[in-house]
Design a protein. Structure first.
Length: 93
């Protein structure tokens, strides 16, 4: 597996993914996400990996983990100040 940001790599000896194969990979990723909607990140990763394997691709477990890891609930959530107050950028403080 390469260190790319692709969720899957071609099978051994298959060479690089062409544009059609990349589209298939993205469609498989979306199917996997839809099948595991509302489930924990590990379930989403497994579902996407299963879809990718169904295409004969080798899932990039590291990239799948990076994309679907659960957001730490203890991290502060930042919001745009204007969004909270309804003010515009031109309004003085």
């Amino acid at each position: 597996m390469s260190d790319s940001f692709q969720v899957a790599e071609p099978a051994e000896g298959e060479g690089e993914l062409d544009e059609q194969r990349r589209h298939e990979m993205v469609a498989a990723q979306l199917r996997g996400e839809a099948k595991a909607a509302g489930q924990p990140p590990e379930a989403v990763e497994a579902s996407v990996a299963e879809e990718l394997e169904g295409l004969g691709l080798e899932p990039n477990e590291q990239e799948l983990g990076r994309r679907y890891e659960e957001v730490d609930p203890d991290l502060p959530v930042t919001q745009d100040r204007d969004q909270d107050t309804g003010s515009s950028v031109d309004d003085p403080l």
